[in-house]
Design a protein around this ligand. Structure first.
Ligand code: GLV
Ligand code: MN
Ligand code: MN
Length: 509
């Protein structure tokens, strides 16, 4: 008897805008993730492969399932949720970030980009968009160096820029290796030769399972809070990242004989603690000189530890971290050399042992022009007031002083970033804050840009491989089959193990 009403039901409502749909869920999800922390509020601490990290992973996995994404998790713990396009051979477009949080930090760093990628994909689904290229949301493992001293472990592995011996050697402060911790968390699996029967796969097999075929992902776009004050000063909710500064980090250890605090005369002391104090000041001086006054040249001594750490004992060892960054790679390297030189000189003058380890020294990375163009169009569309109707050309452009998974991804894939304004430019502190409205604008812009890239002009798979190799990708992957050709069984029919096209080889011979 209700059939009359059913047959004359009103037309379906117009699709809601991505901005209105995802304003509050994304915000609530950020706050839910913030409850998975090993330190009391307001600071957030979420260290790789701890119970809190596992809870965050389970939560994000649930959101990916709910968004209808096809999930895979690799051996270092990267989680990828895919929405397969109608022509996946044109390559995929990925977006994501990290969910680990340094001790006592805020709730937005990284998480905004992981949850944002899932929300953007959901928004595209909700408005009936169908991607041509596969779209994927990614949770990267350990962008922060907190536990193993190396940043961007997951994105380095995905982009093919993590060497097996480096992964093998990673240890935390308790001596647990990365691979042991990964296995305890349910990861550490590998693929291909080197599966190692029932035994734990070696690092090279784990990494082989993480590496993305160069034609499988072609583009990467990361959404992140700015972590600096520029957008707030410009009155703009969103900005476009043009380059990411080059980070380098050192671990310096001074050693001496120690002794009783009350009995060793000052003149006879060989105190590693004082050497560390002197080096910390020398780092500040080195970056001031080598950095030529540029605001992009920065240095931080963020961690100092004295052993044995007793008030009444002269230390026998002092270890300090040195973090140096600059948008100008050679200038950053000049500062690094100056710090190493200062460490040796201080060691000689104070008659203490010196060991300097380089943990990272990454090159700076410009972002990709194609991804920049898509992101600028999207930002201009979402924030017309901030850009005063000036279109993509009026979108604020910034250099990222912080590093990001996009820095590692940019070495192999066309990559870019969208920044969200944050209050006071604060980050890595509990007071970090981005407004729900700004985050929603970020998600909307990300959705538009992913939609744009996902339906983009055909990109011949071979081009994707060429771009990646031009950027120094070391592994040869067939852009057509996505298969890594290591010269072993199942060689790719299109490429030889140097990554050269088989036909081209013949023609050249
Ligand atoms: C990552 O958070 C960095 O240290 O830039
Ligand atoms: Mn961070
Ligand atoms: Mn981050």
């Amino acid at each position: 008897m209700h059939s009359h009403f059913l047959s004359t039901s009103p037309p379906p409502p117009p699709p809601p805008s991505p901005l209105s749909i995802f304003l509050s869920p994304h915000h609530f999800q950020i706050n839910t993730l913030a409850t998975f922390s090993s330190s009391p509020p307001p600071g957030i601490t979420r260290v790789l492969f701890t119970p809190e990290d596992a809870k965050a992973r389970a939560y994000i996995r649930g959101l990916m399932v709910e968004a209808g994404l096809q999930i895979t998790e690799d051996g270092v713990g990267n989680m990828r949720g895919r929405w397969t396009g109608t022509d996946p051979l044109r390559g995929g477009v990925a977006s994501g970030s990290h969910a680990d949080a340094i001790p006592g930090s805020g709730r937005y760093d990284g998480t905004v980009g992981v949850l944002g990628a899932i929300a953007a994909i959901k928004a595209l689904k909700a408005v009936g968009y169908q991607p041509v290229r596969t779209l994927e949301a990614v949770l990267f493992t350990s962008e922060e160096p907190t536990r193993f001293g190396l940043s961007c472990i997951g994105s380095r592995a995905m982009a093919g820029f993590l060497a097996a011996d480096r992964l093998e050697a990673l240890r935390d402060a308790n001596g647990t290796t990365f691979l042991e911790a990964a296995r305890a968390a349910g990861y550490g699996h590998g693929t291909g030769r080197g599966r190692n029967g029932g035994a734990a796969p070696p690092a090279h097999a784990v990494l082989r399972g993480c590496r993305i075929g160069l034609g499988v992902i072609t583009h990467f776009l990361e959404l992140h809070i700015e972590q600096g004050p520029a957008l707030e000063a410009a009155g703009a909710p969103l900005g476009l990242v043009t380059a990411i500064a080059a980070p380098a980090s050192l671990r310096v250890t001074f050693t001496g004989p120690g002794g009783h605090a009350g009995t060793v005369p000052m003149r006879e002391r060989r105190d590693p603690g004082l050497a560390a104090a002197e080096l910390a000041l020398a780092v500040e001086a080195a970056v001031a000189v080598a950095g030529e006054g540029s605001p992009h040249a920065v240095a931080t001594v963020g961690s100092v530890s004295l052993f044995p750490g007793a008030t009444n004992a002269i230390p026998t060892a002092a270890t300090l971290s040195v973090d140096l960054r600059d948008i100008d790679g050679p200038r950053r390297d000049g500062a690094l050399r100056a710090v190493r030189k200062a460490a040796r000189a201080i060691g000689r003058a104070r008659r203490v042992g010196v060991a300097v380890e380089t943990l990272t020294a990454d090159p700076p990375m410009p972002t990709d022009v194609e991804v920049q163009a898509a992101a600028a169009r999207a930002i201009a569309a979402v924030t017309p007031r901030a850009t005063k109707g000036g279109g993509p050309g009026a979108v604020p452009r910034l250099v990222s002083g912080a590093y990001h998974d996009a820095l590692a991804m940019a070495r192999a894939f066309r990559s870019g970033m969208i920044f969200i304004r944050c209050r006071g430019g604060l980050s890595h502190v509990p007071g970090e804050y981005a407004s729900p409205a700004d985050m929603a604008a970020g998600v909307a812009a990300l959705a538009l840009a992913l939609g744009d890239l996902g339906a983009g002009p055909p990109l011949v798979g071979r081009d994707a491989g060429r771009v990646a190799r031009e950027r120094g990708a070391t592994h040869a992957t067939c852009p057509v089959t996505g298969r890594v050709d290591d010269g072993g069984g199942g060689a790719c029919p299109f490429r030889n193990k140097e990554g050269k096209e088989r036909k081209a080889d013949k023609a050249a011979a």
